[in-house]
Design a protein around this ligand. Structure first.
Ligand code: 5AD
Ligand code: SF4
Length: 491
């Protein structure tokens, strides 16, 4: 079925921009509680970071307004949108293999008289533009992270058989053009959700494509974020994670034009009674201001878990990476966070094998990990990205050396993660319940430190925070037991 006839869409995966001050009353009106379903279905598949997850949901909202219904099933999708990631070569190549499979499906459908449109969105779209259309003939539309609010128009043009690329950094405010989800849509997405507060990056780490694919740092106005959050909370959301490529560089304006820091914004959102938990990600060490560190003491709703990528434990490599911070500076931030909130758990990103990295540099990374201690982490082999300064360097590291260093680092990080989880056994912690558990009668949620926890308990506790005694630690989750207030007082 062609998009012309499609009136329904299904999605799984969405984005934003701009700094204009906007009142809640100016926000686009919400989608109707039940969107008209006239047959068109959309599947949005999101790859990579949380920003892409958020963008994917906003694309779903947008297409919902156009009459599309979301589906998780590729076989019934009339429109498939891949919301792509370009951060490492593997991520980008994965998209082309996915497109190869979709192309076959599209050809089979066309043979039976059914149409299927394929859209490439996200960072591969931004970085490669028309090249995507050249490499894969089945792609109908390529749309960047700053122009996806134009999808409805672009799809109308594509319907006429045109193959289009839109990777503009639009002058209009993308957020202004995006509809708000209905209460039913919000509820279906669960009690924990993301709100983008900042986009883009001005840091230009010498390994990273983000400043080129996502553009300069831009913060959304305070009133927009408050209005979006209120809507989510009114519909039942209990945990909000503020997201941005450099979320702690947030400096959005209020109605009077005054600039707010991330700490002030968190303080404002914490005043909303329905919010039980606040988080933020991803932060950069150079923007880790003291007011944000203090917020971890002053705002009980702000969870004691901070994802703060360090990338390397060698000052020489950090300098070559253009990170603008030192190992000592990083450790000092952790020390101040732990002073503000003694139980804070740290998480980080690491890259091994950046050009010129010696054995001593790598050992310095291992030493930093031992000193800091991480509850969870992401670690990667350096992947040269076209157009970034790191890719131009002649002193690239041998693949085998990178592989061995990554294995050693991941073994240490995994040991720390397991030790962190094991240390929670015997403790009583707060858990926000988010969904039914894998087994009958179970419910699952998250600890303050982002650990998955399951207990035997009633489904009506989803959305509640309750005290849980942790009884065992598995490799990826904790098992607990709900306890009553009286029981805890006695213990
Ligand atoms: N190679 C490997 N890892 C990278 N990252 C970013 N760019 C690259 C690259 N070229 C990692 C960093 C960043 C995370 C999101 O991805 O660790 O924090
Ligand atoms: Fe990439 Fe560095 Fe910006 Fe993070 S801070 S998005 S790693 S350039």
């Amino acid at each position: 079925m062609g998009l012309a006839e499609s009136r329904t869409i299904s999605l799984k995966g969405a984005d934003k921009i701009s700094t204009r001050v906007q009142n809640a009353s100016e926000l686009p009106s919400p989608a109707p509680e039940s969107a008209p379903s006239e047959g068109g279905k959309v599947l949005v598949k999101s790859y990579g970071c949380q920003m892409n997850v958020y963008d994917a949901t906003r694309m779903a909202d947008l297409l919902g307004r156009e009459g599309y219904a979301e589906t998780a099933d590729e076989a019934e999708a009339d429109l498939v949108i891949l919301n792509t990631c370009h951060i490492r070569e593997k991520a980008a190549e994965k998209i082309y293999s996915e497109l190869g499979k979709l192309a076959l499906e599209k050809r089979e459908r066309e043979a039976s008289g059914r149409e299927m449109k394929i859209v490439v969105a996200g960072c591969v779209a931004q970085a490669e533009g028309e090249e995507v259309l050249r490499r894969q003939r089945a792609v109908d539309l390529v749309v960047g992270p700053q122009s996806y609010h134009r999808l409805p128009d672009l799809l109308k043009q594509a319907k006429g058989g045109q193959r289009l690329t839109d990777t503009e950094f639009a002058v209009e405010d993308k957020f202004d053009a995006l509809p708000q989800p209905s209460r039913a849509q919000i509820r279906a997405r669960g009690v924990s959700t993301f709100v983008t507060v900042q986009e883009g990056c001005d840091k230009f780490c010498s390994f990273c494509v983000v400043p080129y694919t996502r553009g300069a740092e831009v913060s959304r106005p305070v009133a927009d974020i408050v209005a979006e959050t209120r809507r989510l909370v009114d519909a039942g959301v209990r945990e909000i994670t503020l997201i941005g490529q450099n979320v702690n560089a947030y400096c959005g304006v209020d109605e009077k034009g005054a600039e707010w820091s991330l700490a002030s914004l968190l303080g404002r959102l914490a005043e909303m009674p329905g919010i039980k938990r606040l988080r933020y990600t991803t932060s950069h060490p150079v923007d880790m201001a003291q007011d944000l560190i203090d917020a971890h003491e002053a705002i009980p709703k702000l969870m004691p878990f901070v994802h703060l990528p360090v990338q390397s434990g060698s000052d020489r490599v950090l300098k070559a990476m253009n990170r603008k911070h030192t190992v000592a500076g990083y450790l000092d931030i952790i020390a101040r966070l732990r002073k503000a909130r003694p139980d804070v758990a740290m998480s980080s990103d690491f890259i091994v094998g950046f050009p010129g990295e010696t054995d001593e540099d790598f050992e310095a990374t291992m030493a930093l990990v031992r000193e800091a201690g991480f509850a969870s982490s992401f670690s990667f082999k350096y992947s040269p990205r076209p157009g970034t300064p790191g890719a131009e360097r002649a002193d690239q590291i041998d693949e085998e050396v990178k592989r061995a260093r990554l294995a050693a680092l991941q073994a240490l990080l995994e040991e720390q993660r397991q030790a962190f989880n094991a240390a929670t056994v015997g403790k009583t912690i707060d858990v926000l319940f988010e969904k039914p558990g894998r087994h009958e009668g179970q419910i699952g949620g998250k600890s303050p430190y982002m650990q998955a926890v399951h207990v035997n308990g009633p489904a009506d506790m989803i959305g509640e925070v309750a005290r849980v005694a942790i009884v065992a630690a598995g490799s990826n989750s904790l098992a607990g037991r709900l306890i009553s207030e009286g029981e805890e007082a006695k213990a």
